[in-house]
Design a protein around this ligand. Structure first.
Ligand SMILES: [Zn+2]
Ligand SMILES: [Zn+2]
Length: 399
């Protein structure tokens, strides 16, 4: 067994020939560039690319395999340069019954072992949405129906960023996943926490006790890959091994979740869109206490306070540690040029954040930046909570 790093939620911006896939994601995010970024800069061993059901991306994957730099594994997944295993995924938006009878929508990460599986899935999915070429288009399916389709093509389904206000099960649809998946809830063995939540918040909901937690980046640009990731114990890198780890089988397991302090996430607290301020009340409110307006985006923290069924957070014994980490790009005073210099010297962000000393870093970029990185790594940072689509902000102590 050995330890690997995995980020299972990365988008594609454009296809290789410039066709839009996810419009809000960077143009440089294409299949080949993601593989290279993970291998050369991020030190990520398994990456889940979740726009692979688009026929344009499927074309790109077929081309990529022809270059000879990558090949498909029998156990599922695509190996690039013997360094990175790519899992073929699709983020699917389902239509659910929301709270108060309104319509709700939720995002789901669906992963498939082989290109032939996701091709057939793509074909079937195209009957349930308007435009199969674009990322995460709303379907007429509910999660309850989608799981059957996913399993028909040998896939797995993981509810994505489960607490975010607009597009998620808890955020937008239900207080309990079991109400959505009913007798199929056993098939949901893992959930994705999302940037604005962490293990300690999620473990106040008892139905999640036996579910694996994933921390993924939801990257919309190359530098944001691995701003959250998982350390996983496996025998090898493949689809089959990752599924085993998510199910906690045969010694395969998640060893640690690395994620942002949830306060840094874009939807941590309820936010008044009129006052443009986070509303940090002790009891969650649906009205802004400042302007009395109702134009508020509900926060992940606030949602969890409303729906939790445990007073205190108590994680099950086998729950892996959640380790707060601050990606380089979030650290005040660490700009793009500094990051480039560090990467030139130390190859991957993983090395810089986890394996190097302050002295190593100081030699390349000087004392001031080295201290900032050190403070951020040690958690010596005050954070102003994010909300309403705005990231939280770090204020590093001067000393
Ligand atoms: Zn999503
Ligand atoms: Zn207000």
């Amino acid at each position: 067994m050995y330890e690997i790093f995995a980020d299972l939620h990365v988008h594609i911006g454009r296809s290789e020939n410039g066709k839009p896939i996810k419009i809000t994601a960077a143009k440089s995010l294409n299949f080949a560039n993601i593989a290279k970024e993970c291998a050369n800069k991020k030190g990520i061993n398994v990456v889940g690319i979740i726009d692979c059901a688009s026929p344009y991306v499927i074309d790109d994957i077929e081309q990529f395999l022809k270059t000879g730099e990558a090949y498909e594994l029998k156990d599922g997944g695509i190996i690039y340069k013997d360094k990175v295993c790519i899992l073929l995924g699709s983020e699917v938006e389902t239509s659910e019954k929301g709270r108060d009878g309104k319509s709700g929508s939720a995002h789901n990460l669906c992963f498939f072992p082989h290109l032939s599986d996701i091709k057939r899935f793509s074909q079937e999915l195209s009957h349930h949405l308007k435009n199969i070429t674009l990322s995460t288009q709303r379907t007429d399916l509910s999660g309850y129906d989608l799981i059957d389709i996913v399993e028909r093509y040998n896939g797995i389904l993981i509810p994505a960023h489960v607490f975010t206000p607009h597009k998620s099960y808890y955020g937008n649809c239900t207080d309990r996943l079991e109400n959505v998946f009913r007798e199929k809830f056993d098939k949901i063995f893992a959930i994705e926490l999302g940037l604005s939540a962490d293990t300690y918040l999620a473990d106040t909901i008892s139905e999640l006790k036996t579910r694996t937690f994933l921390t993924n980046s939801d990257a919309h640009s190359l530098p944001k890959i691995a701003r959250e990731y998982n350390k996983i114990q496996v025998e090898d890198i493949s689809f089959k091994e990752i599924v085993k780890a998510l199910k906690n089988e045969d010694g395969r397991k998640i060893i640690a979740n690395y994620g942002l302090d949830p306060k840094l996430g874009k939807y941590h607290r309820t936010y008044c869109d009129d006052c443009q301020k986070a509303i940090e009340t002790r009891v969650p409110v649906e009205k802004c206490p400042m302007c009395k307006g109702k134009n508020v985006t509900f926060g992940v923290f606030d949602r969890i306070q409303l729906i939790k069924d445990k007073k205190e957070t108590k994680s099950p014994q086998n729950r892996p540690q959640y380790i707060y980490q601050i990606p380089l790009g979030f650290i005040p005073g660490v700009g793009g040029k500094t990051i480039e210099k560090l990467l030139d010297a130390f190859e991957t962000e993983m090395n810089i954040l986890h394996r190097l000393s302050k002295d190593d870093i100081e030699m390349i970029v000087g004392e001031k930046v080295a201290i900032s990185i050190q403070n951020a790594k040690n958690g010596n940072a005050k954070i102003q909570s994010g909300g309403g689509g705005n990231y939280g902000k770090i204020q590093l102590d001067k000393k």
